[in-house]
Ligand binder design. Structure first.
Ligand code: HEC
Length: 209
């Protein structure tokens, strides 16, 4: 740097910017110049500083609520929930279901919440609170007496067991098609689609009666 550079004033010499008319009155300039670029050295106004401090405090609260305590859903979680709700409405509008739709429903939180309610009120007494079985079979082990296609399972719930002495009634008339589909989706959600099989001593598929 040259010794006569304006950012290294001689001690006792007048301020290098004194007398310049392109600087507002009261403004202070830092004493360096880089490639002709100069820098003010002003105290930031209080309103500006407080805005900064408040955003810093806000960021801690925001981080805690959304990412640490998870007390509030993030935008992407809200969007995902809304998509599930719309998808659930579409399922409810469908007149009939098929196997693929039942698997899709088994991944929809809105449908699963409905299915869980129907299950705990009507089914848990015989099949266990966690589908582990009781008077009726376990519904979470992938093994199905009346066929492992979702429509076989749907048929047993809707129309009852093909074996009239077995003690599994028809729920279709009492629950209606939407609640039957929701509770079957709930049952499916406790099973692995890749591990569904028909019991070795199965008397036949329920949906082919
Ligand atoms: C009164 C007791 C009872 C209640 C309540 C009951 N079930 Fe059952 N369920 C049974 C019995 C017993 C069987 C075995 C029927 C058979 O082997 O043919 C069965 C069979 C089933 C099957 C077929 C299992 C298989 O291996 O193929 C499904 C699915 C099922 N129940 C779902 C439900 C759902 C969903 C509800 C509630 C809406 C429900 N059950 C309510 C007693 C009950």
């Amino acid at each position: 740097m040259k010794s006569d550079s304006p950012d290294k004033p001689e001690p006792g010499s007048p301020h290098p910017h004194a007398g310049r008319d392109d600087i507002p009155p009261g403004a202070v300039l830092r004493e360096h110049v880089y490639d002709g670029i100069e820098e003010y050295d002003q105290r930031l106004p209080n309103w500006w500083l407080w805005t900064l401090y408040i955003t810093i405090i806000f960021s801690f609260g925001y981080w805690f609520l959304f990412f640490t305590s998870r007390a509030l859903p993030t935008d992407s979680e809200r969007v995902a929930a809304e998509i599930q709700r719309i998808e659930a409405l579409r399922f409810e509008q469908m007149g009939t279901v098929d196997a693929e739709t039942l698997w899709q429903m088994s991944r929809n939180d809105t449908i699963l919440a409905q299915g869980a309610r129907v299950y705990s009120v009507n089914c848990a007494v015989c099949h266990g609170a966690n589908l582990e079985g009781g008077i009726g079979q376990a519904l979470n082990d992938g093994e199905w007496r009346w066929g492992h296609d979702p429509m076989d399972i749907h048929s047993v719930v809707d129309l009852g067991s093909p074996d009239p002495m077995a003690g599994m009634q028809a729920w279709g008339r009492q629950l209606g098609p939407r609640q039957v589909a929701a509770v079957v989706a709930y049952v499916l959600s406790h099973n692995d689609p890749g591990n569904m099989f028909t019991a070795a001593d199965s008397p036949g598929r329920a949906s082919e009666r």
